[in-house]
Design a protein around this ligand. Sequence first.
Ligand code: HEM
Length: 520
Amino acid sequence: GDIQEGMGDRQPREPPVENGWIPYMGCALQFGANPLEFLRSRQKKYGHIFTCKIAGRYVHFLCDPFSYHSVIRQGRHLDWKKFHFSASVKVKSYKGRCLSRTSTRRLCVSNNLFLQAFGHKSMDPSHGYTTENLHKTFLKTLQGEALPSLIENMMENLQSVMLQSNMLKSSSSEWEVDGIFAFCYKVMFESGYLTLFGKELDGDKTIARQQAQKALVLSALENFKEFDKIFPALVAGLPIHVFKSGHSARENLAKTMLHENLSKRTKISDLISLRMQLNDSLSTFNELSKARTHVAILWASQANTLPATFWTLFYLIRCPAAMNAATEEVRNVFKGSNQKVDPKNPQLVLTREQLDNMPVLDSIIKEAMRLSSASLNVRVAKEDFLLHLDNMESYRIRKDDVIALYPQMLHFDPEIYEDPLTYKYDRFLDEKGQEKTCFFRGGRRLRYYYMPFGSGVTKCPGRFFAVHEIKQFLALVLSYFQMELLDSEVKVPPLDQSRAGLGILQPTYDVDFKYRLKAL
Ligand code: HEM
């Protein structure tokens, strides 16, 4: 507003440009081996905001948490669905985390999940399949009134999966050994899959049918792993047919999600059934493309949850104080509602209110995600404008420029989180043992200090369900199992940086633990 061009030294400026930074060819969000170090060193050199030219486009990295708000609040200058319908065939995109194929020399930013990586065409807005509609669909089917039935089904599925015979082969008093990631994968994938996509119709409960159902989920799990492996490369813009097994894995997943197959299932979530309806009534997709939209949802619902569950359980088992506090909280909640832990008759339930009143588990989950999340938040400038920072400086941003936030900078900031690399299970608890929301930097209270789910309009619509399902998982493993690390001195496995920008990072290797049923 008040600052205009040609006004002497108050002239609007553009952020300093880092020229020496060329992304690797075909690599998504390559900040080099260590994006955090890269951004920190440039922040030191340039200050709160600086620009990298990536594939012909200007990307402004905003590093001052007190200025985040000017990007996150939905101002008229910034767009989050910009490229949704621009359907550039050459550019593969995934929700604002994407780089172009080198041939196009463009950075494409889109905040939509319905992407080329999943192999179906853009939704056609003329049929009412707009970004807003899709967004509303998510909010309606993943939040508020949709939560109780998601919670109820998840709780039932978790118990039947974690107590079934292939998890506990030997007699119950003997230890089972497994990787923590492998364990979390098996339990969370199957439970989450059944909760969203339903189960086979109840009518036929023969052993053979149950085994067939089990085989279907296990093969979905293997296909999911195979597809997830190549996901960073797809985001980077590499064409999927380069990856034979990843490609066929995606197509196998899609086949199981053809509407004709889904319609034979029961207890399908509102999310999937509503999206089946929309696919049928509003899209011009063929059957396979419709099925691929469900693969996209499967990916969104699992890709972050699985590593988040791993880190939560790993740090928890490793920290006796956390184990004690969590076990106590869980015991009290079940006791308070007169429920008995009995693996022979597994019928524990947790209401949404109970789940929302577990501050210790909440802090344990937050702390694990603080240490493992590396998502990138992006917005695109709709027009030339001045970005006002908290320190009263303003910078000129041009139309089509990208503004990026990298919240890992907050999560690992020693001025916000003392000893940021150290796991402290109670970091997010206040003196009263309730959720802590007061975090400071340089004596000033922060509005943004924890952002693994993104921010503003593009915030993950599944975040409540995600936290609930991890809490449910923890409540159940703590109730049913005794768990120990095989090597109590085991080091924290490094984060797999190849996924930086995409969400919760995976461990570079798994860590073994043992578990057995608790004596009643
Ligand atoms: C999008 C994180 C679990 C559904 C996102 C985004 C992030 C994120 C960072 C992108 C926001 C942006 O574009 O800036 C996480 C984490 C999870 C998790 C850390 C678990 C720990 C889930 C679950 C579901 C889900 C369980 C649901 C079933 C979605 C969907 C989108 C999304 C549908 C895309 C929204 C859109 O494009 O409009 N998530 N998520 N997420 N998430 Fe999650």
